[in-house]
Design a protein around this ligand. Structure first.
Ligand SMILES: Cc1ncc(COP(=O)(O)O)c(C=O)c1O
Ligand SMILES: Nc1c(O)cccc1C(=O)C[C@H](N)C(=O)O
Length: 422
């Protein structure tokens, strides 16, 4: 399609957009009394307007039923998390029993490392991407040290090539081959937080498993953003957070995926708690742990239902719309944003470059030449919420649930003014 950088054209795209009505179902912050252009769904998704009613239901049940709410609330609390697993499984391409919503992301990665990182003999190494999200780096380093190993020797980082802003799949695959029988685990962010690159998870998973390693993915920037087929790709495990594209609320619960083939494998160790045991016998208070035989076996505690409530509200919207429709709009709106950026770049004679490769989801990362934080500040003061990453990158992530094509056009105008003024 031939795009145009005009208000009328952007509005015509909104008219054709089947998802445009969902914009009204989210709360937008305001700057100077005007609704913002929100590009940080990759950091914290907006609040669905129906989220408070889900939380209020629990507050009321707590007031009216107290302890009885565990079993007798309309949505009982003791298995509340199961209501989330079903729609979540669809979002990540999993069977329902392979998914559990619990804890937070870094906590879950640590728990999954207990199961899937068990260095033995010379098979000790972990392949990850260079400059992974810091929490992932700290998690990996501390796990390696926990096993009495040296992170410098054990962590093998895949580098980008000199002068390039993205990782090449062939470099990941050849490193897996090279490390071969010393490789214990591949653990990479499925979508990189900095440049927005989507890794070829299917090919990398296959290659890692071929050399006898486990393969896991941090899907913080992938869940609710890109198509995932975790079961069919044969991924061993994965974890994600829900406060970005899943719009569940600040710091809210993470999800885990464990491939069906591992669910009943007694040789895989894990840390355990009472919510990992069979529902039928959980309250018999027996000393033996009887695993559920699903990903719930990795669940330790009874679920924090007050925080799961807004997540459930959001998942019901995902259920209604489906990933296919979201991805269709995502592709179009991100292409339109890219077009707008290129137009503005021409008019401002090369002020920036897009460093996100073609394998991408919602996010375009823009490297600024010359201009820096003052341009970012100008955008924020003028109602464009983006984020800034050192040394000179602005990340733009138009979430298809609530961003409009008109937002992209208006952003372009504010960006141009900002570049010309600064
Ligand atoms: C790739 C990645 N890993 C880990 C984290 C940390 O997540 P949490 O603070 O929920 O553990 C984030 C986001 O904050 C992230 O984007
Ligand atoms: N969760 C965050 C927070 O509480 C404060 C600031 C940022 C975050 C984020 O989630 C950052 C996000 N993972 C990122 O990719 O930048």
């Amino acid at each position: 399609m031939q795009f145009e950088n005009t208000l009328g054209f952007s509005q015509s795209l909104d008219k054709e957009d089947r998802l445009s009505k969902y914009r009204e179902q989210f709360h937008f912050p305001k700057v100077k009394g005007k609704q913002v252009i929100y590009f940080t769904g990759n950091s914290l998704g907006l609040q669905p307007k129906n989220a408070p009613s889900f939380v209020n239901d629990i507050m009321e049940d707590w007031a009216n039923l107290a302890v009885e709410g565990h079993f007798h609330a309309e949505k009982p609390w003791w298995d509340y998390h199961e209501r989330l697993a079903k729609p979540m499984a669809k979002v990540v391409g999993a069977r329902e029993e392979e998914v559990c919503v619990m804890n937070t992301l870094t906590v879950n990665l640590h728990l999954l490392m207990v199961s899937f990182y068990r260095p033995q003999g010379k098979r000790t190494k972990i392949i990850c991407e260079e400059k992974a999200f810091p929490s992932d780096q700290y998690m990996l380093q501390s796990q390696v040290r926990h096993h009495g190993l040296d992170p410098d020797e054990t962590l093998v980082e895949i580098k980008k090539r000199e002068g390039e802003h993205f990782w090449r799949t062939e470099d990941v695959l050849s490193k897996i081959e090279e490390v071969g029988d010393e490789l214990a685990l591949v653990l990479i962010g499925g979508v990189n937080y900095y440049n927005g690159q989507v890794f070829d998870m299917e090919a990398i998973t296959k290659a890692g498993k071929k050399v006898g390693a486990y393969v896991g993915w941090d899907l913080a920037h992938a869940a609710g953003n890109i198509e995932l087929q975790l079961h069919d790709w044969g991924v061993d495990f994965a974890a994600w957070c829900s406060y970005k594209y899943m719009n569940s609320g600040p710091g809210n619960a993470s999800g885990i995926f464990i491939h069906q083939t591992h669910l009943k494998n007694q040789e895989i160790p894990r840390f355990e708690g009472w919510w990992g045991t069979k529902k039928e016998t959980r309250f018999l208070m027996k000393p033996e742990f009887e695993p559920t035989g699903t990903a719930d076996s990795w669940q330790l505690s009874n679920p924090p239902v007050l925080s799961l409530a807004p997540y459930l509200a959001s998942l019901e919207m995902f259920e209604e719309v489906g990933m296919a429709a979201l991805i269709e709009k995502r592709n179009r709106i991100v292409s339109y944003l890219e077009f707008i950026l290129k137009e503005i770049d021409k008019e401002t004679t090369g002020s920036f470059e897009i460093i996100t490769p073609e394998d991408r989801g919602c996010q375009l990362s823009v490297f600024l030449h010359g201009q820096g934080r003052q341009l970012f500040d100008y955008l924020m003061e003028n109602g464009v919420i983006t984020d800034w990453r050192e040394p000179n990158v602005i990340r733009l992530a138009p979430a298809p649930f609530y961003c409009s094509y008109e937002d992209m056009y208006r952003f372009g105008q504010i960006l141009k003014e900002g570049i010309l003024k600064n």
